[in-house]
Design a protein around this ligand. Structure first.
Ligand SMILES: [Zn+2]
Length: 458
C-alpha cells in the first residue's frame, strides 16, 4: 500500500486528490530514492489499473455511458434504443500524443493531472478484464439467458438442468477455487471469480448441447479468446488470433442478441488484445489482487471513526509481526494425510505414503480437484505420493487413454490443451513431483471427462 484515502464521498477534485502523488512521483523519477544508504532509480508507472469510473476520473474524460467514451478508439458512438452504442470495429485508435493535445473535444472534460508525469494516458491505462469480461460480458450473457427479452431467454427446464449440472461439478474443482459453482438463477450474487470459472471451465461443459448451436458457439468463441489472452504460453503466439476472435464474437453477439447491446463494455472487448500485446497475459494487469486487498483493508475497519488511522495501525502491526516471525519450510509440513493403502510400485515399497502435498505453492492430491495433470501431452491422475528420503517426493500416476478433441470450433480444443478422456489405462508409473507442472481441471460430462488446463489458483 502506497497511500490511502477516506472521505464521505468520492473526492471532489482529481487535481487536489492526485497532487501529492504527482509531486512525489516527479521528484522520485528525477532524483531516485535512497534506502539503507543505497540509491535506487524510480521509473514512471508502467500501467494504471482501475475500473472504468476511476479511469474516467483520473484521465478527466467522459463517463462510459456517454458519447466518445471509448478510451482506445475515436468513434463517437451512436444512439440506439436509449443507449449509446459503438458498432464500428475498425475505428482509428487514439494516440498518447493526440490525448495530450486534447484534440477530440468530445472525449475530454478537463486536463488530467497525470499529464505532468509524461505517462501515456491512452496506452498506460489498461482495460481491466475483471470488469469488462467477468462482471461485464459474461454476466450480461447469463442475464440475457435467465431474464432477457424472450428472443434471448433459455427455457426454464434447460436452465434448471444446466444449474443442477453446475452444482454437481462442485467437488471436481480445485480446492483453492474459493467459490464453488452455484445455480444460474443466483447469477446476480455471483462474484467475478465465479463468472471467470463459468467462462473458462464449467460453462463450455454444462452448456454443451443445452444451448442453440449458434448461441453455444458464440460463447465458446469468447471462452477461447479469453483463455488465450490469460495463458502466458498461448498469449505470445496467438494474441492476434484472439483479437480476431473477439471482434468476431462482438459481431455475432450483436446479430444474436441485438445491436443495442453494443455498449461501451461489449465494444471494449475488441481492444483487450492490445493490452495483452503490451503487457503479456492479462493476468499481469488485472484488478483481482487489488480488489481482494481492498476487501481485506475494509475488514480492518472496526469503528466508523478515523478509518484511515485504524487501517494504517493494523497494516503496521502486521508488517512488524511478519518481520519478527520466522517461517518454517521443513518438507514434512508440506506433506499431509499419511496412509498405508498404496499403490506402491516395485522399488518404492519402503517409501512413506501421503495423500496430499504442497509443491511450489500448488496443491497436489489424490482427491478429485487437485489430482489431474498433463504429463508428456497426456492426461494423468495422481494415485499416491511417496517420499523416499526427506528430499525427494514422487507421485504415482495413472494415465488416461489418449484423449480426443472436446470441440473443433472455432479451433481444435487440443491446440489449447483441452481434451476429452474416458478410460484409464490401469498402469501406474512414478514421476518426481517437479514434473507435475501443468495442472488440469477434470470435469465429468455424461460418460466422459473434459480436461482443461488450469489457469488460476484461486
Ligand atoms: Zn473502441
Amino acid at each position: 500500500m502506497i497511500s490511502l484515502y477516506a472521505g464521505p464521498s468520492k473526492p471532489p477534485s482529481v487535481h487536489e486528490y492526485m497532487k501529492d502523488v504527482v509531486e512525489e512521483f516527479k521528484r522520485l523519477t528525477k532524483e531516485g530514492l535512497y534506502f539503507n544508504e543505497k540509491h535506487y532509480s524510480v521509473p514512471l508507472p508502467d500501467a494504471f489499473i482501475c475500473d472504468a469510473p476511476a479511469r474516467a476520473f483520473l484521465k478527466c474524460i467522459k463517463g462510459h455511458s456517454g458519447y466518445s467514451s471509448c478510451e482506445p478508439c475515436v468513434q463517437p458512438g451512436v444512439h440506439l434504443k436509449g443507449k449509446i452504442v459503438y458498432p464500428d470495429m475498425e475505428a482509428a485508435l487514439r494516440t498518447d500524443a493526440q490525448f495530450d493535445e486534447m484534440l477530440d473535444e468530445e472525449h475530454h472534460r478537463d486536463m488530467s493531472p497525470l499529464r505532468e508525469l509524461g505517462v501515456g494516458l491512452v496506452t498506460s491505462f489498461v482495460l481491466d478484464y475483471m470488469h469488462l469480461v467477468c462482471l461485464g460480458i459474461v454476466r450480461k450473457l447469463v442475464s440475457l439467458w435467465v431474464k432477457g427479452p424472450l428472443t434471448c431467454r433459455i427455457s426454464s427446464s434447460v436452465l434448471s438442468v444446466v444449474s443442477e449440472n453446475l452444482k454437481r461439478l462442485r467437488q471436481n474443482l480445485p480446492r483453492n477455487f474459493s467459490r464453488k459453482p452455484r445455480s444460474l438463477y443466483e447469477y446476480s450474487q455471483w462474484k467475478a471469480t465465479e463468472f471467470r470459472q463459468f467462462l473458462l471451465y464449467t460453462g463450455p461443459v454444462v452448456l454443451f448441447k443445452a444451448l442453440p448451436k449458434c448461441v453455444y458457439n458464440n460463447f465458446l468463441v469468447l471462452s477461447v479468446a479469453i483463455r488465450i489472452l490469460l495463458s502466458p504460453e498461448l498469449c505470445s503466439d496467438y494474441c492476434d488470433y484472439a483479437e480476431k476472435l473477439l471482434k468476431f464474437f462482438v459481431t455475432n453477439f450483436a446479430k444474436i442478441y441485438g445491436s443495442e447491446f453494443l455498449v461501451y463494455n461489449t465494444h471494449g472487448l475488441i481492444h483487450l488484445a492490445q493490452d495483452a500485446r503490451k503487457y503479456g497475459a492479462l493476468d499481469s494487469v488485472l484488478c483481482f489482487p487489488f480488489e481482494n486487498y481492498l476487501g481485506h483493508l475494509k475488514r480492518m475497519v472496526r469503528r466508523p471513526q478515523n478509518p484511515v488511522e485504524q487501517i494504517v495501525r493494523r497494516v503496521d502491526e502486521k508488517q512488524t509481526f511478519n518481520r519478527d516471525s520466522k517461517g518454517s519450510s521443513a518438507l514434512e509440513e508440506h506433506l499431509k494425510q499419511p496412509h498405508f493403502s498404496g499403490p506402491t510400485p516395485p522399488g518404492f515399497s519402503t517409501c512413506t505414503q501421503f495423500k496430499q502435498c504442497q509443491y511450489k505453492g500448488m496443491t497436489i492430491s489424490c482427491s478429485p480437484g487437485n489430482n489431474c495433470f498433463e504429463i508428456n501431452s497426456r492426461v494423468a491422475l495422481v494415485r499416491n505420493l511417496l517420499v523416499s528420503s526427506m528430499t525427494d517426493i514422487f507421485a504415482v500416476c495413472e494415465f488416461f487413454n489418449t484423449g480426443t478433441c472436446f470441440f473443433d470450433y472455432p479451433v481444435a480444443s487440443s491446440s489449447l490443451g483441452i481434451t476429452v478422456v474416458s478410460a484409464l489405462t490401469g498402469q501406474f508409473f512414478v514421476v518426481p513431483v517437479a514434473q507435475l507442472s501443468k495442472k488440469l481441471v477434470l470435469l465429468p460430462m455424461t460418460d466422459v471427462y473434459v480436461a482443461l488446463p488450469q489457469l488460476h489458483d484461486y
